[in-house]
Design a protein around this ligand. Structure first.
Ligand code: DAT
Ligand code: MG
Length: 145
């Protein structure tokens, strides 16, 4: 079976408010494109809490949930859909571990983020963690696609 028979996937990527504030949108896009994934949709928005509660429904009730919504609505974010074979796990690998102190150097979080002493971890990017999450999250940020 040739490689081209593997179907391309799509994932939802966010540059979070810390990444936008620090001028890292271009750096994040550069890493996604350099890896070879294709950005097929992109928009900047300031997310409201209703949208974020939907996006982060799995974390409701956790101690960092309210700070997470507060942080994620604190300024503009950039939402993207990236496409390519295994892009969901590929972007998670580019992003690095959730905790930026432990994220490997070479990854977005490992190179560009650190512990800021805040209640919620600020780690520059979000990437969907499964095909089901990607489909669900893409609908939230790109309802017309
Ligand atoms: P990821 O973004 O790596 O998929 P997640 O879905 O578990 O991580 O959590 C969503 C975000 O919430 C994460 O990017 C940063 C924050 N977060 C996760 N776990 C946390 C914790 N234990 N304390 C503080 N913030 C946390
Ligand atoms: Mg997650």
């Amino acid at each position: 079976m040739s490689n081209s028979s593997t179907p391309a996937e799509r994932t939802l990527i966010l540059v979070k408010p810390d990444g936008v504030r620090r001028g890292l949108v271009g750096e994040v896009i550069r890493r996604i494109e350099s890896k070879g994934y294709k950005i097929v949709a992109l928009r900047m928005l300031t997310a409201d809490k209703d949208l974020l509660a939907n996006h982060y429904a799995e974390h409701q009730g956790k101690p960092f949930y309210e700070p997470l919504l507060e942080f994620m609505s604190s300024g503009p974010i950039v939402a993207m859909i990236a496409e390519g074979q295994r892009v969901i796990e590929g972007f998670r690998s580019l992003a690095g571990a959730t905790d930026p102190t432990l994220a490997s150097p070479g990854s977005i979080r490992g190179d560009l983020a650190r512990d800021q002493g805040t209640k919620v971890v600020q780690n520059i990017v979000h990437g969907s963690d499964s095909v089901e999450s990607a489909q669900r999250e893409i609908k939230i940020f790109f309802p017309n696609l």
